[in-house]
Design a protein around this ligand. Structure first.
Ligand code: ZN
Length: 347
């Protein structure tokens, strides 16, 4: 391609609330990188933390930084050592940049590498017309997966990683938290053959969206007693598998209370600080708990693309689409809590 000198990008330019549209140099790539022209990006909860410049963001994000990590685009330049990819290849990619020296990486457990750095969080991100990415991180997209779905594979990957933590076939599954990832996790649970999938929240709009996206039982725990739902579904004991996606202390507590003996819980939601837990309940119920971070590189990507090509449909979780010129509206809508996924168009 004839390489432009400059590109538009959304960046944190000063240690304060908000993001700015800037002009930045098009990234130079190294011998094992590709340059991706970005077509669509998703706004993540992480981006809202960065916009709001909360304590976590202040501790984590260097300034200035181009933000964003959920993207789809196409390869327009390749380093000389890149193999197995081609110019024009449509792609998304894993935003966690891993090291090669830790015990975990050398064992092939890339998602557990403690040296991981995130694009749009620690390194230059994808809210830009062009993104430099190691070729290793590229995930080619089949024609059946369009750019707006490609732009939400990162959060769908969180949902898939969490949902597939335990065998769900024939199981009764409780999902706490009906944000976009919780809703997609519920859809995955349904897709892989769970018996009942119950999703809880206190936000009626989100629960209505969950019911539109997947065949799930929405329960507003501000108005309804979760324990009363169990007999109404002809469940004899409690939930077999819990997927905690809210980070809410009361939700986790309710989950532990309504699990069956020997139940299994995967935790993706991040509590705001130390969270008191009644560990005796967990011991006496013989509950297994697993913390979930990111996506398995690249097994989660493989499974998720296979499921999307085989009937998993999460498109309805995208509720708002904006041109990147209107990025402020996208962030405003999302910060107001009115949205599912918000996708920005860079083309
Ligand atoms: Zn994300």
């Amino acid at each position: 391609m004839t390489r432009p000198n400059e590109m538009r990008a959304l960046a944190k330019t000063e240690p304060a609330e908000g993001l700015d549209m800037i002009r930045a140099p098009v990234p130079e790539i190294s011998h094992d990188d590709v340059l991706i022209r970005i077509n669509k990006t998703g706004i993540c909860g992480t981006d809202i933390h960065i916009w709001n410049w909360d304590d976590w963001a202040q501790r984590t994000v260097p300034v200035p930084l181009i933000t964003g990590h959920e993207f789809a685009g196409e390869i327009v330049e390749m380093g000389r050592d890149v193999e197995g990819l081609s110019l024009g290849q449509r792609c998304s990619g894993e935003g966690h940049l891993i090291g090669k020296t830790s015990r975990q990486s050398r064992a092939g457990k890339f998602h557990l590498d403690p040296e991981t750095r995130g694009i749009g969080v620690n390194e230059q991100g994808a809210f830009a017309e062009y993104l430099r990415l190691p070729a290793f991180n590229v995930v080619p997209l089949p024609d059946s997966i369009d750019d707006e779905i490609g732009a939400i594979l990162d959060p769908l990957g969180n949902a898939v990683h969490t949902a597939l933590s335990f065998d769900l076939v024939g199981e009764d599954v409780l999902v706490t938290g009906a944000g976009p990832i919780g809703i997609m996790a519920a859809a995955v649970a349904r897709h892989v053959g769970a018996r009942h999938v119950v999703i809880t929240d206190v936000n009626a709009d989100r629960l209505a969206l969950a019911a539109r996206v997947a065949d799930v039982v929405p329960v507003n725990v501000a108005e309804e007693d979760l324990a009363a739902v169990i007999p109404s579904l002809k469940m004899k004991q409690g939930f077999d598998v819990g997927l905690e996606m809210s980070g809410n202390q009361a939700a986790l507590d309710q989950m532990v209370e309504t699990m069956t003996m020997g139940g299994r819980i995967a935790l993706l939601g991040i509590p705001p600080g130390k969270s008191p837990v009644d560990w005796s309940r967990i011991v006496f119920k013989a509950i297994t708990i697993k913390g979930v971070y990111g996506r398995e590189i690249f097994e989660t990507w493989y499974k998720m693309i296979a499921m999307l090509e085989n009937g998993l449909d999460v498109r309805a979780v995208i509720t708002h689409r904006f041109s990147v010129d209107d990025f402020r509206r996208g962030f405003d809508e999302m910060r107001a809590g009115h949205t599912g996924k918000v996708v920005l168009d860079w083309t």
